[in-house]
Design a protein around this ligand. Structure first.
Ligand SMILES: [Zn+2]
Length: 168
C-alpha cells in the first residue's frame, strides 16, 4: 500500500530546539483546530510491545534519545507512527503543550488547545507512563518541565520517585 505523506496548511517542519525536527505554525492557528492526523500502521497490542522494544533498542544503539512512535488506539490495537508518511511524528512532547491528541472515529487527531501564534513550535503531551522513563529526557524548556517525557497524570508520581531516590 502506498501512503501519501500527510500535510496541513497550518504547519511547516523545521529543526527544533527541543529534539531534532519539529512542527511549527505556518500561520496563526485558532483554538480547537484539527491540525493534522496521526497516521501509521495498526498493530495489535501484543506486537506493539515488541515494536516499542525494537525502537528503543535502535535509538540506544544510535546513542539517540528514545524514539518511539506508538499510540494506543484502543484495547486491541496501537498505531505505529514510525513511517515517513506520518508527518505528525515530528511533533515534540512538551510539559506545557499547545496541542493535544484526540480520538475521533478510529482516528487520532492532533488538536490545538489554545491559539497558536505563527512560528511557535507545536507540541503535545505524549502521555508516556513511568516505564523506562529515564530513557526519555524532556528538553521542552517549559517552566513546569519535569525533566522527563511523562504524561501529566504521572508527573506527581515521578516527582515522588525522584525524591525517594535522592533521599536514599
Ligand atoms: Zn518538559
Amino acid at each position: 500500500m502506498i501512503h501519501k505523506k500527510t500535510s496541513s496548511k497550518y504547519i511547516i517542519i523545521k529543526n527544533s530546539s527541543i529534539h531534532s525536527k519539529g512542527i511549527y505554525a505556518k500561520t496563526d492557528i485558532p483554538k480547537n483546530i484539527k491540525v493534522i492526523e496521526y497516521v501509521g500502521k495498526k498493530v495489535s497490542n501484543k506486537l506493539s510491545d515488541k515494536v516499542a522494544d525494537r525502537d528503543l533498542d535502535r535509538s540506544k544503539k544510535n546513542k539517540k534519545l528514545g524514539e518511539v512512535y506508538l499510540f494506543e488506539l484502543n484495547k486491541e490495537f496501537d498505531i505505529d507512527g514510525n513511517y515517513p508518511y506520518n508527518t505528525a511524528r515530528y511533533l515534540n512532547h512538551s510539559c506545557n503543550p499547545n496541542c493535544k491528541y484526540k480520538y475521533d472515529n478510529g482516528k487520532i487527531w492532533i488538536i490545538s488547545i489554545r491559539i497558536i501564534k505563527k512560528g511557535e513550535e507545536l507540541t503535545f503531551d505524549y502521555d508516556f507512563d513511568l516505564e523506562d522513563y529515564e530513557h526519555y529526557p524532556c528538553l521542552c524548556g517549559s517552566k513546569n518541565c519535569v525533566g522527563f517525557i511523562i504524561g501529566k497524570k504521572y508527573r506527581n508520581k515521578l516527582q515522588q520517585l525522584i525524591q525517594k531516590r535522592n533521599t536514599k
